[in-house]
Design a protein around this ligand. Structure first.
Ligand code: ZN
Ligand code: ZN
Length: 302
């Protein structure tokens, strides 16, 4: 039995409905065309909501990779909810399960389970949201015990609808179409972490899954594509790290820069980053030459 009420279930179902509506609404840009202002609106809404998803939902709310006042978490969660990709309880529940079960049968969105190949890509790129996996088996206690986060979770669709109304108010049908297109691109951008970052790219660190460092996904998601590093060090506020020839190399990570900016503004503190010794200890190119068998999965032995 699900740990939540029929009203919560109804509220959750609105999420995928609005994402499908955004896909259809994007077609409006073919009738209106796009001015430079509308293009800036698309990119601006994409970047701000992506940063809230990666910097607040993912690295703060879910992994607690840095500390921040509750007001930052609340405001950031409202902005992240405006991405149309559900509220804080739903988001954290699914993402924690992904880390616990990465690329195993209970992973909610692995490209390797249940289908593979192109079917696996479609599944991990958003298909899973249209299955029974969409409903988390349990909601995280810490988020549920925060009344503000709980309200944001159940009313997750309000910031998205408000942003759509604001877009229409600013620039009529053209900006409404731009808002839909931005929301659709943002949805697929975030989902590439679930798909491409488990399918293609380098694996500099030893992990018990198929996570990869994928530079295309890193660009699309403002730093989240360095996903092999993230699976190796989930509590790190910095994902953009790799190891080559026994040396630690830091990669562009706009979300980490955003966290550093918050720190400069005294809105964040104590960002956690692994030491170089820890990084080298988990590096594949350090383990393999020494003859130690690294427990890294490949498709052949999965
Ligand atoms: Zn992953
Ligand atoms: Zn994570």
């Amino acid at each position: 039995m699900r740990p939540y009420s029929p009203l919560t279930i109804a509220s959750y179902i609105i999420g995928p409905v609005l994402i499908i509506a955004s896909h259809i609404g994007s077609l409006l840009v073919f009738t209106t065309g796009l001015s430079w202002g509308a293009l800036v609106w698309i990119v601006g809404l994409y970047a701000i909501r992506m940063l809230a998803t990666t910097g607040i939902y993912h690295r703060l709310l879910t992994h607690k990779s840095y500390q921040a006042p509750a007001s930052v978490l609340w405001v950031g969660s409202v902005v992240a909810a405006a991405a149309g990709q559900m509220g804080p309880s739903w988001w954290k529940a699914h993402h924690l399960l992904h880390h616990q079960q990465a690329d195993q049968p209970l992973d909610p969105h692995s490209p390797y389970t249940p289908p593979r190949g192109i079917g696996g890509f479609v599944w991990s790129q958003g298909g899973w949201l249209l299955s029974s996996r969409f409903f988390p088996a349990k909601l995280p206690v810490d988020v549920e015990s925060d009344r503000v986060l709980r309200v944001i979770d159940r009313l997750h669709f309000v910031p998205l609808v408000a942003l759509g109304a604001l877009s229409y108010g600013i620039g009529g049908v053209e900006y409404l179409g731009a808002f839909f297109l931005s929301t659709t691109l943002l949805f697929h951008g975030v989902q590439t972490v679930n798909s491409l970052s488990h399918m293609a790219g380098e694996q500099p660190f030893v992990t018990d899954d198929f996570s990869r460092n994928n530079s295309l996904v890193a660009v699309l998601t403002l730093g989240e594509g360095w996903h092999n590093c993230h699976h190796a060090f989930p509590a790190s506020s910095r994902h953009g790290i790799t190891v080559k020839a026994g040396r630690v190399i830091y990669l562009p990570d706009p979300t980490f820069s955003f966290i550093k900016l918050l720190q400069l503004l005294t809105l964040a503190s104590k960002p956690r980053v692994p030491t170089e010794a820890d990084l080298l200890k988990r590096a594949k190119d350090r383990l393999q030459p020494s003859g130690i068998t690294a427990p890294v999965k490949t498709l052949a032995n999965s």
